[in-house]
Design a protein around this ligand. Sequence first.
Ligand SMILES: NC(=O)c1ccc[n+]([C@@H]2O[C@H](COP(=O)([O-])OP(=O)(O)OC[C@H]3O[C@@H](n4cnc5c(N)ncnc54)[C@H](OP(=O)(O)O)[C@@H]3O)[C@@H](O)[C@H]2O)c1
Length: 245
Amino acid sequence: MSGIHGKVIAITGASSGIGEATAVYLAEKGARLVLGARREGRLNAVVDSITAKGGTATGLVVDVTRREDLQRLTRTALSQYGRLDVLVSNAGTMAVSPFDELRQDDWDAMVATHITGLLNGIGAALPVFRRQGSGQFVNVASTAAYVVKSPQGVYAATKAAVKVLTEGLRQESGPDLRVTLVSPGFTNTEGVGKGAGPEVAAALTEQRDAIAMPPCAVASAIGYAIEQPEGVDVSEIVVRPTAQA
Ligand SMILES: NC(=O)c1ccc[n+]([C@@H]2O[C@H](COP(=O)([O-])OP(=O)(O)OC[C@H]3O[C@@H](n4cnc5c(N)ncnc54)[C@H](OP(=O)(O)O)[C@@H]3O)[C@@H](O)[C@H]2O)c1
């Protein structure tokens, strides 16, 4: 199966930002979607706006740090649509801070969401992909996986882990599966600086408002990786605003 039309695609972190834009983009191209996030109201609004335009989407309250929630996400794809073609692991938190602030709950959340959350998705989808003899992982990292900038040490470390896990998975995936890393730069979403201290949040949102690209730029990069013919693996995409150093 190549292209996007008819594919069954699960997306984590689909209640806002890049995940929402990706859901809307893929629905317009005829994908059948299973969308997960924690904020039920926001998620339902995304599902409703897609279905109102004739698209196909189901929403599920999912916390990616919980193994069972990812199992439920993949089970829902199978029970509703009979298969799962792509898992987009996009859920993330950008509550960055200087180490001296000792915001250890935020450090834990980034590790749990980006690393454990990604592994929970792999654990849930890999057996399905193996049984089908096809499937694609699309993992959302960040340009922070390539260059660390203060005060993003913990965030960058977890996104570097996403990059490393993705490459390890790609090497083991064999000829039937596809594994793609998508690393966005500054993107105009509500998540930039969310949960960070007031000074850091103000600096990040100021930079976002000055240079960020729209989330649909990342959505179309993800779509490009998905729409390639079987046997063609777009392994890595870095997409950033031209103004980003
Ligand atoms: N914006 C940027 O500049 C930028 C740059 C590079 C990479 N990224 C990455 O892009 C991804 C999306 O971020 P965004 O910019 O679109 O920000 P966003 O609008 O805040 O989106 C983050 C999404 O992740 C979900 N989420 C967070 N924790 C979760 C959890 N434990 N379980 C399930 N869902 C969870 C949120 O939904 P709920 O709160 O409803 O669960 C939300 O839907 C993240 O991985 C982020 O690190 C963003």
